[in-house]
Write a new protein. Structure first.
Length: 345
């Protein structure tokens, strides 16, 4: 068996999809190939020794996609092999024999309003018959997909993201240090709202931001938080568990997400979560009044109120932390890996 993943970014970089790709290549004793478009300037994770990496980016769009097709052809894939795609448009660039004989898996990577651009909807309408398995994050996402494409009704499998760090064994003690871990991208992650939130909170509250991004995005973030004593940018971290265990509440202000990989990591360490309710998977991750709160998008006053409610009540904080650890069992690596093995086999 050959397992092939195709994604714009290399899995040695930061991101929820990239984390998933690294885990998929560890599921089977087989030939593993990773095709990616963009060669990263910074790699946060080492290459996996048993994975063959190939960058197909060639400058122009035409050359890049021609190269993508060529590399897939050269792998000489058969009916025993699996190709995993993370963008619907990549159905266009599967060689005819691959579409016809190999197992093709399409993976949801964002909420469908973002995942399915108009052209992507057209591609899926034309090539849906070549998709053998379509994985989605939650039952709610499954309903949304089938409303768009009922022809997938026998092909959909619900597989949440798996947590890459072990679930903690003890709950946390109350802390007013807030934290977020994210790719630095203002358009999606909305760090400006985090700055507004900290301004609305009383003295004693602080926020640490961990992550990495392009040079321009990092410069913009540093400018945004300049001279702000409550907010600190800490850069990337390779020890997410330790970072999270030293903080009190995880916050997310994204305009959109697919699943929210960092939320399940926060949950696994016992952190209560407060987040803007901007994507379908959030209610599955955060039980309202159980391990956190969902906030109306853009409502900074409500966001601040929910943070204060958690952090000014020690008994409630401990209750939320215990529930976070309980819910974390849903996304432990062993549970999710089993689902992926069944989907790809």
């Amino acid at each position: 068996m050959k397992l092939v993943t195709v994604n714009p970014e290399k899995s040695t970089t930061m991101g929820g999809v990239e984390t998933l790709i690294r885990s998929l290549h560890g599921l089977f004793e087989c030939e593993n190939y990773e095709l990616f478009e963009h060669c990263p300037n910074i790699e946060h994770y080492a290459e996996i020794e048993y994975v063959s990496y190939q960058c197909f980016g060639q400058g122009s769009k035409l050359k890049t996609k021609s190269s993508q097709v060529k590399y897939l052809k050269n792998l000489a894939l058969t009916a025993q092999d699996v190709v995993v795609l993370f963008h619907p448009n990549d159905l266009l660039y599967l060689p005819r024999k691959v579409r016809k004989y190999s197992k093709v898996v399409l993976v949801q990577t964002n909420k469908f309003e973002v995942f399915f651009k108009p052209f992507s909807k057209l591609v899926v309408s034309l090539f849906h018959q070549y998709v053998d398995v379509f994985t989605v994050y939650t039952e709610q996402d499954k309903k949304a997909l089938l409303a768009l494409f009922p022809q997938f009704h026998t092909k959909v499998q619900v597989i949440p993201r798996g947590c890459k760090i072990d679930t903690a064994t003890t709950q946390l003690m109350l802390s007013k240090k807030l934290v977020t871990v994210a790719r630095i991208d203002e358009e999606q992650k909305n760090f400006a709202a985090m700055v507004e939130l900290l301004a609305a909170l009383p003295e004693g509250y602080s926020l640490d931001i961990y992550g990495d991004g392009s040079e321009n995005e990092l410069a913009a973030l540093n400018k945004l938080i300049a001279n702000n004593s409550k907010v600190a940018f800490k850069g990337p971290t390779s020890d997410v568990a330790s970072v999270l265990r030293n903080c009190g509440v995880f916050i997310m202000t994204s305009h959109y997400e697919g699943f929210g990989q960092t939320l399940i990591e926060a949950r696994s360490q016992g952190l209560p979560i407060v987040a803007f309710n901007t994507f379908d998977a959030l209610p599955w991750i955060v039980g309202e009044g159980e391990n956190g709160y969902k906030v109306q998008p853009g409502d900074i006053d409500q966001f601040a109120d929910r943070v204060l409610k958690i952090c000014e009540d020690n008994a409630l904080y401990e209750q939320f932390s215990r529930k976070a650890l309980e819910k974390a069992k849903q996304t432990e690596a062993s549970v999710v890996n089993q689902l992926w093995q069944e989907a790809l086999a």
